[in-house]
Design a protein around this ligand. Structure first.
Ligand SMILES: [Cu+2]
Length: 246
């Protein structure tokens, strides 16, 4: 068998280098998602990263095969190469493999979804989140505390204790809104007449941006808020301050 010519070897090397660069770029840092600050967010991050790796593996295989076919079967003369009308083993392979990939993605997605939306029992803190045109209200029913956003000035702030389970009870009073804290890696709609909930287990102290993620009218853009996760002792002090000031 004749050895490949130098130009062909160079192109093969270039293709391999590009593939390695793509793989390294994906593995060296984030995969485009924010760093999660809840246990549920970490589960979603694992699912996202697994899906990206699977997509990259399929992409590299397909690009590699396209490159190989372009080079291996490039036109060398006016003679028509041998034509194969079908190849049963390959046709079975390229049917079975995608079905197996979709089944694996479905399995992992379902497993993560069940873990994230499970009902893990009574939460440590319940916050009623009420969306209205065009602000937020956060109620702590056990404490009798209410934080209401104003249409001007600073966005309203929700304070949560670190390392505890929080259940959000999501209500809309007029039209559909959507409760979204990007660092939770999840969002859920507030729909009039529907009692949606979302549970998170906080894992990292800090202040996180929140937004309405459903276009809900002219001033939808005003529906920002912040979530501040603090150690439990600081959370108790905040509750006491809120009660004293109300
Ligand atoms: Cu909105």
């Amino acid at each position: 068998m004749a050895l490949p010519c130098p130009a062909f070897r160079r192109r093969r090397l270039g293709l391999a280098a590009a593939a390695v660069a793509v793989a390294l770029a994906a593995c060296s840092g984030g995969f485009g998602e924010p760093d999660p600050v809840t246990q549920e967010g970490s589960s979603i991050q694992s699912l996202w990263r697994g899906s990206v790796v699977a997509a990259l593996a399929v992409g590299l295989l397909v690009w590699g095969l396209i490159g190989w076919a372009l080079l291996r079967y490039r036109r060398r003369s006016d003679t028509v190469p041998s034509q194969n009308p079908y190849n049963i083993p390959i046709e079975i392979l390229y049917t079975v493999v995608p079905v197996a990939i979709v089944a694996a993605l479905f399995f992992f997605t379902l497993r993560t979804e069940r873990a994230v939306t499970r009902n893990p029992g009574p939460p440590d803190v319940t916050v009623e989140v009420i969306g209205f045109q065009w602000q937020w209200q956060f109620r702590y029913p056990a404490e009798g505390i209410t934080v209401t956003g104003e249409s001007v000035g600073e966005p309203p702030e929700m304070v949560l204790p670190l390392g505890q389970r929080v259940r959000f009870e999501l209500r809309a009073t007029d039209v559909a809104h959507s409760f979204w804290v990007p660092r939770f890696l999840a969002k859920k709609d507030l729909i009039p007449g529907l009692r949606n909930t979302m549970t998170v287990d906080t894992t990292e102290a800090g202040t996180y941006v929140g937004r309405c993620a459903e276009f809900c009218g002219l001033d939808h853009w005003r529906m920002n808020f912040s979530v501040r996760v603090v150690p439990p002792a600081q959370y108790e002090r905040w509750l006491a301050d809120q009660k004293a000031n109300s």
